[in-house]
Design a protein around this ligand. Structure first.
Ligand code: HEM
Length: 409
């Protein structure tokens, strides 16, 4: 039985192509070494669909980072330290189920359906100034970035206006960027500070809602707390911050990738313009084709086990690659083709099992409304100016900072 190779300094995960031509590198790994040890980053990268799907719910693994052999706790007393021990990924299974149940009511398919007009209103607010525009427009800045934050702000009750809105979005993004185990120390520090600032903000909002409740999720949770003392103050703040953090950057990326993929595939865009019934499936195809950042989603081994002939040791980290899973030709025929009519039932972008994305219904609705809104303002000749795209990089993660679209073709 093979175990972790002693040295893989030349791992393709660390090559520049992993950033610039990720799908090609991942495809090569999937074929040659689907359970691949990256010495420098101290994790296994899993790139086959079956393995990724299985590991989401495998009893040999947990998403709780405390199980990692190299776990370094955040500063004692910081908000991040509390989140890591009592938040959704650190809580015991019973506590986790209880926390989920309290907020999941706000995000059931029916509840989300009722919110549709609010989502449409927000999308319209940002679409309206884009109709009739000319020149090159950055659609991340003017469209896909502000929308998810404005939506989640309305649901939770965070003021969605002006500088507050911008700062809140920034805090959510700074917080999330410090999550990967390989994030540099300064990024992790910034992430800790951002989550502390978010805690103070949400906490004072909860106090306000206790005095004067409104029709929002913070008020609902405060009232539930007073009725049955079911959620502590820290838990309320933790859930609201979790929703804001998990719901902004991800959905912004979803909307951005949707517009990018459609603009890069004018035939598919034309097909969608002609038949809006394809919107739901387009959302899932975008998530299959393009979604996933860098190394993927972490899991930690709770005990020694074997996977495809490799010995995984208790305490090691495994990264589940969405790019690997969703371009696996054994599950998706002609996987590198963007096809908004393909069968997308096997797409697993929202995870599986107990941690299945709480905001999946909302995210899909937001993406659908964003694409629908964009079809209304994008002139037929609009084109993506790939030459003007700016990228930021963090170790093995690469992020588009703008989506420059020439409205006059
Ligand atoms: C396209 C957008 C989104 C994608 C692709 C996405 C994906 C995911 C995935 C893969 C997980 C599982 C993580 C794991 O098992 O380690 C997850 C969990 C989660 N997501 Fe999302 N998400 C999106 C949008 C949202 C939105 C809009 C919200 C909030 C309204 C949200 C809230 C959450 C929460 C709270 C969890 C943790 C659930 C738990 O631990 O029980 N997500 N998401």
């Amino acid at each position: 039985m093979a175990s972790a190779p002693a040295a893989t300094a030349s791992s393709p995960v660390l090559s520049p192509e992993f950033l610039t031509d990720n799908h090609r590198v991942v495809a090569e790994l999937r074929q040659r070494d689907p359970v691949h040890w990256v010495t420098d980053l101290r994790f296994w990268l899993l790139t086959r669909y079956d393995d990724v799907r299985q590991l989401f719910t495998d009893p040999n693994c947990t998403p709780d980072p405390h199980a990692w052999e190299h776990y370094a706790p955040p500063t004692a007393g910081s908000w991040k330290a509390l989140i890591e021990s009592k938040g959704l990924f650190g809580a015991s299974p019973a506590e986790h189920a209880r926390l989920r149940q309290l907020v999941s009511l706000a995000l059931t398919p029916r509840a989300v359906k009722r919110m549709e007009w609010q989502v449409r209103e927000v999308v319209e607010q940002f679409s309206e100034p884009l109709r009739g525009r000319t020149g090159v427009v950055d659609l991340i800045d003017e469209f896909t970035n502000p929308i998810p934050n404005a939506v989640i702000s309305r649901i939770t009750g965070i003021p969605p206006k002006g500088d507050d809105d911008r700062r809140f979005r920034e805090l959510a993004q700074l917080t999330i960027r410090g999550f990967p185990s390989f994030a540099p120390e300064d990024v992790k520090r910034e992430s800790e500070q951002a989550s502390d600032e978010m805690r103070d903000w949400v906490s004072s909002m909860a106090d306000e809602r206790r005095r004067a409740p409104r029709a929002d999720l913070v008020s609902d949770l405060v009232q539930a707390q007073e009725a049955g003392d079911r959620m502590s103050n820290d838990e309320i703040v933790m859930m609201i911050s979790a929703l804001v953090t998990a719901g902004s950057e991800t959905t912004m990326l979803g909307g951005t990738f949707a517009l990018r993929s459609l603009l890069r595939h004018p035939d598919e865009l034309a097909k969608l313009r002609a038949n809006r019934q394809l919107l739901d499936n387009t959302v899932m195809e975008v998530l299959r084709y393009d979604f996933g950042v860098g190394g993927g989603l972490p899991r930690y081994a709770l005990r020694d086990f074997e996977l495809r002939g490799k010995q995984i040791r208790k305490g090691q980290q495994l990264q589940l690659s969405f790019q690997g899973a969703h371009r696996d030709p054994s599950v998706f025929r002609d996987p590198d083709r963007f096809d908004i009519e393909r069968d997308t039932k096997n797409v697993i972008s929202f995870g599986r099992g107990p941690h299945f994305c709480l905001g999946a219904n909302l995210a899909k609705q937001e993406m659908r409304c964003m694409i629908d809104g964009a079809l209304g303002f994008l002139p037929p000749g609009a084109s993506l100016r790939e030459d003007l795209v700016r990228w930021s990089e963090m170790v093995i993660m690469r992020r588009m900072e703008n989506l420059p679209v020439a409205f006059d073709g």
